[in-house]
Design a binder for this molecule. Structure first.
Ligand code: UFG
Length: 329
């Protein structure tokens, strides 16, 4: 049974990953400092939780000495674009410096391979759409730059030390596990779909639509929403790819369909049967108009086959989770 270290496994995408890894029969150890993740995201009867910081070299040494890992999945990161502009030091410390500490520890203890959570934000303003892996990388905010820097480190660590990795660039992760047991949870929440659902539930003020003057068909920003379960599936495929001895690389992960903010609100109204209370607001800094993935490489090379590509399905699963959450709290 392969043994995997999942860093950031108490977070949104990491938590869904742990659930799928456990279902697939893997032995999972989660390392999470619980700064943004939630202990309740982990079923500790199935996965061991170590509370700690990925930047703590002594802790990594102890973990890698105590056990032989067959791979590491690194989800832990700060993810708010706007915050990264005003607090870049936090982002470079957490996303770059801490990841460097992890990579050094992996090399020293001969641990690998690594699956790294990257982002569409490594591309900046797209020069063409959909965005494939050959698109030039020119991030426009410290968050995107921090992930781009790690991607560069991964290439260099492969050339110099033979550390094999796959960087997976998520477009807009969304939805919740179809079981309804786990789902999206951020504090503060900044993402469109949960905020729209919370507005429907009356748990928050009306949603602010950030900008209606973008060069898109209806003037609102277009994004490629990808189901979190499909994202987790791509990680399993990427692990198999690396275990088969294939080379270090990176893949863009999305559905290849762009939906505007207004179209997402329409989907939320279809699924919930209720109006989304919203108001128009100025643009949010750092938002590109259009981000849509060309994921043909992940499909052909990894055999990745997203199952929940319909926007309404993504919103249905998120809605089931949010209703359950509201009952729980
Ligand atoms: N939006 C609103 N109102 C809100 C929240 C969001 O109008 O209250 C809009 C945003 O302006 C954007 C779209 O909805 O146009 C989606 O916004 P999200 O915050 O849900 O997601 P982002 O596209 O900003 O960011 C996501 C990830 C980032 C990642 C980025 C690109 O959260 O980590 O995709 O990969 F960098």
């Amino acid at each position: 049974m392969p043994k995997l270290l999942v860093i950031g496994g108490a977070g949104y995408i990491g938590g869904h990953m742990v659930s799928q890894l456990v279902k697939a029969g893997h032995h999972v150890v989660v390392l999470d400092d619980l700064s943004t993740g939630f202990q309740t995201a982990i079923d500790e009867s199935h996965a061991q939780l170590v509370v700690g910081d990925v930047g703590d070299r002594n802790l990594l040494n102890a973990l890698f000495k105590a056990d032989r890992y067959d791979g590491v999945l690194h989800f832990a990161s700060l993810i708010q674009v706007g915050e990264s502009v005003v607090k870049p030091a936090r982002y470079y410390r957490s996303n770059v410096a801490n990841t460097l500490t992890l990579l050094e520890a992996m090399v020293e203890h001969d641990v690998g391979p690594l699956i790294f959570s990257s982002t569409a934000a490594v591309f900046g303003e797209p020069e063409y759409s959909p965005i494939d892996e050959a698109h030039r990388q020119a991030p426009i905010n410290p968050y995107g730059a921090s992930k781009y820097m790690v991607e560069r480190m991964l290439e260099d660590f492969d050339h110099a030390y033979g550390l094999k990795s796959v960087a997976l660039r998520y477009f807009n992760a969304a939805g919740a596990d179809p079981s309804g047991q786990i789902g999206e949870r951020h504090d503060p929440e900044t993402h469109l779909i949960p905020l729209a659902l919370h507005a429907v539930l009356g748990a928050r003020p009306p949603l602010k639509v950030f900008g209606r003057d973008y060069p898109t068909p209806d003037g609102t920003c277009v994004r490629d929403y990808i189901h979190v379960t499909d994202l987790a599936e791509a990680h399993l495929r990427a692990l198999e790819y690396l275990w088969a001895g294939k080379p270090t690389t990176r893949f863009n992960l999305g559905n290849g369909n762009g939906f505007s903010v207004q179209e997402v609100l329409n989907a939320v109204e279809r699924v919930t049967g209720q109006r989304v209370p919203y108001e128009d607001a100025p643009r949010r800094g750092g938002d590109p108009a259009n981000l849509v993935a060309d994921s043909r490489a992940a499909k052909s090379v990894l055999g990745w086959c997203p199952q929940y590509g319909e926007l309404d399905t993504i919103v249905e699963h998120a809605w089931a989770w949010e209703q359950k959450r509201v009952k729980l709290t």
